[in-house]
Design a binder for this molecule. Structure first.
Ligand SMILES: [Zn+2]
Length: 395
């Protein structure tokens, strides 16, 4: 095992604490030139590329620095596409190489790289690698294999923890709170002939375009507007309805419309429970983009006892899943009819006046059943693409 000097260990600590190379000299109490010589010498000693994130990982993988204690991996909720980046950070790849390796657009990789730092509350990629090590996302065996063979084990996107499935954009997160039913009342607006369910402090966006009143819940978002935090039971009403209305991807909120020549459509993964006796499917589960189709099919709990992949060409917003309320006597107070949620069609305007909506329901009326793996194999060939296929790679 390599023994590092006290200065080299301090250098490592500086990187792990989120310091950058520019601040290395002052941090170590030496000139910047001396610091930079120390850094390059340390990289050469450990066989690391001149990349701080790789240096941090190699110090841990070789035991040159005692690796940090591991933390409970369920303490971190990170989308798979961001996890994939961390190992690539740890082998010192730049954005263009990461984009090529993952077969993603470089702008998307840059965006996701920023997200991953946000989500791990890391200032630098080196610090992110340190945090990822603690959560078992970057591991010793993967880094040692890379040092020996030039290829890290596990740069194939790894399956998420079994039973949990991917973290969904629409899921409620820890810290997000549903509004109290006490905020509801029976009201009569100026234009309303009859009383209806409302909020005491109603805002314009509490109702959708068709008049349904929507459940409120707070949101915990990162600066870039993405939900963060550990997923908890249930879906967020505003995120579910927005995703379903716009038919965006349930995992990443990206576009879920597949532009397959001759058969464009939205990709939905449905179960037999959602099949309607009169044909078609009725679902509250938004579609999925091509990047997340397989990870959902393979690991989303609701799909694990069987599912069908549909390329949907026509669908309608048929109603909402929600709770029905009744006015209490002549007062403005209201009470829920039952604890359970039911389907309420938009067409039944009378009923809809007393419903608090929590999920948007879509009826899938025209679709083609597809073989998902075959579709992906034939239409969207994956990685290991030759350099000529990398439109964003730099020379
Ligand atoms: Zn997606």
């Amino acid at each position: 095992m390599l023994a590092l000097t006290e200065l080299e260990r301090s250098l490592h600590r500086h990187l792990v604490d989120g310091g950058n190379l520019g601040g290395l000299g002052p941090a170590l109490g030496m000139s910047q030139k001396e610091a930079s010589l120390l850094y390059t010498g340390m990289c050469d000693l450990l066989g690391s590329p001149r990349n701080p994130a790789a240096l941090v990982a190699i110090c841990y993988a070789t035991g040159a620095v005692q690796p940090p204690e591991l933390l409970d991996p369920s303490g971190i909720a990170l989308p798979q596409e961001e996890r994939d980046l961390l190992l690539l950070f740890a082998i010192g790849l730049g954005a263009a190489d990461m984009a090529a390796q993952l077969d993603r657009k470089q702008w998307k990789v840059n965006e996701q790289a920023k997200e991953v730092l946000d989500n791990l509350q890391a200032k630098t990629r080196a610090q992110a690698v340190h945090v990822a090590w603690q959560y078992g996302i970057v591991t010793g065996p993967a880094i040692r294999e890379w040092l020996e063979t030039g290829d890290p084990a596990g740069t194939e996107p790894t399956a998420p923890l079994s039973g949990l499935g991917p973290v969904l954009y629409i899921q409620m997160r820890e810290g997000e709170v549903a509004d109290t039913p006490r905020a509801l009342c029976a009201a009569r607006g100026p234009a309303e002939a009859m009383a209806l369910l409302a909020y005491w402090d109603q805002a314009a966006d509490d109702r959708d375009a068709r008049g349904a009143l929507w459940a409120r819940a707070s949101e915990v978002l990162s600066r870039s507007g993405r939900p963060v935090g550990q997923p908890v039971q249930g879906v967020h009403p505003a995120r579910q309805s927005d995703t379903m209305r716009r038919q965006r991807c349930r995992v990443c909120f990206g576009h879920a419309r597949l532009e397959i020549p001759g058969k464009p459509g939205y990709l939905y993964l449905v179960t037999d429970n959602e099949r309607r006796p009169q044909g078609g499917y009725r679902t509250t589960e938004p579609p999925v983009c091509i990047d997340h189709a397989l990870v959902c099919a393979d690991s989303e709990p609701r799909l694990q006892s069987g599912h069908t992949a549909l390329l949907v060409t026509s669908s309608t917003e048929s109603g909402v899943l929600g709770t029905r309320y009744v006015p209490l006597g002549d007062s403005a107070n209201v009470a829920a009819v039952s604890d359970s949620q039911g389907f309420h069609p938009y067409a039944d305007r009378e009923r809809m006046r007393w419903v608090l909506a929590s999920e948007l329901v879509r009826d899938l009326t025209a679709y083609k059943i597809i073989d998902l793996r075959r579709l992906i194999r034939t239409t969207f060939p994956t990685p290991s693409a030759p350099a000529s296929r990398r439109p964003f790679a730099t020379a």
